[in-house]
Design a protein around this ligand. Structure first.
Ligand code: ZN
Length: 512
C-alpha cells in the first residue's frame, strides 16, 4: 500500500500526474454537475447514456489536458494553480451543496459584492471540513509529488493526440449540441474549476463592455411637426427561407400575405450571433467600434424612444423607457403574457399618450430562439404538427424540428400583423413597422444547428434574414430596391421621422 502511494508521489510522469489531478477533481467536485445531468436527461435511453458517457470522458480528459499543459510550462506554476483550484473548488462545492446555488456569472457578481462581515456569516464547521477534506488534503499530495517532465517532442505528441480526441468527441456529439446549449449556463456553472474562473472573467468583460464609451454622433434636428411613429421589431434567429413571403412552400405568413402596403427585401445579417447582429441593426454603419446607437441618438435629440425586450445582448441603452418582460407583465393579462406578445402590452396607448411628435418603438423579440422552439408560441399557434418537444435532437425527426420552428414563424406573423393593426388605429400618425432579424438559424442542414458559426464559413441559413416593412401611407411607400443591409435600418428610420443629421446617408434609406 505504502509502496503504491510512493509510486504515485515519487518520480511520477507529468501525464500520469495530470490524469490523477483530473480524476481527483472529477470525483471530489462533480457530484452536483452529474446530479444536474441525470435530472435533465433521459438516462434510460441510448442517447441519454451517450450524453452522460461523453460528458464524463470530456470532463476528465479536458481537465487533464489543461493540467498537463500547465505542469509542462512549469511544474511550480502547475502545482500552485492546482492547490488554488482545489481550495476554491471546495469552497464552491460547499456553497453549491449548502445553498443550492450555481456558480454562474451573476453569482460571481454577488460574491464580489459581498463584504467581509457578510462573508463571515457563511463560516461554519461544515465549511472547515469541506476545505480540509476536499481542498487541503489533495493539495498536500500535489505539493509532495515529484513530477518528471517530458521532452518537448513527447509533449507535442500527447498535446496533439488529446486535442484531436477532444475535438472529435465534440463533433461526434453534434446531435446533442442543442441539449448542451439549452443547459450550457447551468452546466458551465457546475464544472470545476471553470465555473468560477470563466464566469469571473465574463463578469469583468461584460462590466468593461457596459462601461465602454460610445462615440457620439453629431447632433440631429427634427425637421417638422408631423406625427410619425416607427415600430422596429428585431427578430431573433428568424431565417428568411422559412417565411412564405419569400417563397417558402408552407404557409407561415397567412396574415402578412393579406396585408396591404407590405414590402419585403432580400437581406443578409452582418454576423451570426445576437450581440453583433443587434449592434448592426442599431448602428449607422457596420463597424468594429461602438458608435452612438439609434435609440440613444434619437432619445438624446428629442425623439420619444421606447425599448421593450424579451431578449438580451443589445449594446448599452441610455434611454428612460427601457421595459423588460417582468416590467411589462405587471400590466399584461392572458396567455400571451408568457410569450412574445407581451411586448405589445399597452403599446398603442403608450404611443398615443406621448407628448412628442416623433416616436421610435423598438421591440427586441426572442420568438424563434432555440432549441425549445415549441415552447416559444402559445399552443393554439401549433399549426404544423407533429413538433419536436425535446432538446435532445436525436429524439426528433428533422420534420418535427422544422414544424416547431415554422410555428414560431407563424407566431411572428401574428405578432407583426397585430402591430400593424394597432398602428392602423393610430390615424393621426404616419406609421411604419420594420421587421429585421439579428441573424438566421441552422436547422440540421450540413449537420449544423442553431447559429454562431463565424461569418467567413457560415452557411447561408445563418445569415439570410427577412427584412419586412409596412407603411401606413401607400403613396409614400418604399424605393424600388431588391436587397438591403441591416445598416439600412438606421438611415430609413431617420428619413421616416424627418430627422436631419450630418450622418444621414440617402443610399441606405429604403423610403421614398
Ligand atoms: Zn440572436
Amino acid at each position: 500500500m505504502l509502496d503504491k502511494l510512493k509510486k504515485l508521489t515519487n518520480n511520477i510522469s507529468i501525464t500520469r500526474f495530470a490524469l490523477i489531478a483530473s480524476l481527483l477533481n472529477f470525483v471530489l467536485f462533480h457530484y452536483p454537475f452529474f446530479d444536474f445531468v441525470f435530472r435533465h436527461v433521459d438516462y434510460k435511453s441510448l442517447n441519454g447514456i451517450l450524453i452522460i458517457a461523453c460528458l464524463i470522458i470530456l470532463v476528465v480528459i479536458a481537465n487533464a489536458f489543461v493540467f498537463y499543459i500547465l505542469c509542462y510550462i512549469s511544474r511550480y506554476v502547475g502545482k500552485t494553480l492546482l492547490v488554488i483550484f482545489f481550495i476554491l473548488n471546495s469552497i464552491a462545492l460547499y456553497f453549491v451543496n449548502t445553498y443550492n446555488v450555481i456558480v454562474d456569472e451573476s453569482m460571481m457578481g454577488n460574491v464580489f459584492n459581498t463584504n467581509t462581515s457578510e462573508a463571515f456569516s457563511f463560516f461554519s464547521f461544515k465549511f472547515v471540513i469541506y476545505i480540509i477534506l476536499f481542498g487541503i488534503l489533495p493539495s498536500i499530495y500535489f505539493v509532495k509529488a515529484k513530477i518528471v517532465t517530458v521532452k518537448f517532442k513527447r509533449f507535442i505528441t500527447t498535446f496533439g493526440i488529446t486535442l484531436v480526441f477532444i475535438v472529435a468527441m465534440i463533433f461526434a456529439n453534434a446531435s446533442n449540441w442543442l441539449w448542451i446549449d439549452k443547459y450550457s449556463q447551468q452546466l458551465g456553472a457546475l464544472v470545476m474549476p471553470w465555473s468560477y474562473t470563466v464566469n469571473t472573467s465574463l463578469l469583468y468583460i461584460h462590466k468593461h463592455k457596459q462601461n465602454r464609451k460610445e462615440i457620439l454622433l453629431p447632433d440631429a434636428t427634427v425637421k417638422d411637426d408631423e406625427k410619425a411613429v416607427v415600430v422596429l421589431v428585431i427578430g431573433e434567429s428568424a431565417r428568411r427561407q422559412n417565411f412564405s413571403l419569400y417563397g417558402y412552400s408552407k404557409n407561415t405568413n397567412p396574415l402578412l400575405a393579406k396585408t396591404e402596403n407590405l414590402y419585403h427585401f432580400i437581406a443578409n445579417s452582418c454576423a451570426t450571433y445576437t450581440t453583433a447582429g443587434v449592434k448592426c441593426i442599431l448602428e449607422h454603419k457596420d463597424t468594429e467600434k461602438l458608435y452612438e446607437i439609434l435609440p440613444n441618438y434619437l432619445y438624446r435629440n428629442g425623439v420619444e424612444v421606447v425599448w421593450r425586450t424579451t431578449n438580451w445582448g443589445e449594446p448599452p441603452i441610455h434611454i428612460e423607457k427601457y421595459q423588460n418582460a417582468d416590467e411589462l407583465r405587471k400590466d399584461c393579462s392572458g396567455e400571451g403574457c408568457y410569450y412574445d406578445e407581451i411586448l405589445l402590452t399597452g403599446l398603442k396607448e403608450q404611443i398615443s399618450t406621448s407628448t412628442k411628435n416623433k416616436v421610435l418603438i423598438i421591440l427586441h423579440t426572442s420568438t424563434s430562439h432555440g432549441p425549445s422552439y415549441s415552447k416559444k408560441y402559445p399552443p393554439h399557434f401549433e399549426t404544423f404538427k407533429p413538433v419536436c418537444n425535446s432538446v435532445e435532437l436525436a429524439n426528433c425527426s428533422s420534420e418535427e424540428l422544422m414544424n416547431a420552428y415554422d410555428n414560431t414563424i407563424v407566431y411572428t406573423d401574428y405578432i407583426l400583423h397585430t402591430i400593424i393593426e394597432n398602428l392602423k388605429q393610430l390615424k393621426e400618425y404616419k406609421s411604419t413597422m420594420i421587421f429585421v432579424s439579428d441573424h438566421g438559424e441552422s436547422l440540421g442542414e450540413k449537420n449544423l444547428y442553431m447559429h454562431g458559426v463565424p461569418m467567413n464559413f457560415a452557411p447561408k441559413e445563418q445569415y439570410e434574414i427577412p427584412f419586412i416593412v409596412w407603411v401606413s401611407d401607400s403613396t409614400r411607400g418604399v424605393k424600388d430596391i431588391e436587397a438591403v443591409s441591416q445598416s439600412h435600418v438606421f438611415h430609413s428610420v431617420l428619413k421616416f421621422l424627418s430627422i436631419d443629421s450630418p450622418i444621414y446617408n440617402e443610399d441606405l434609406n429604403i423610403f421614398k
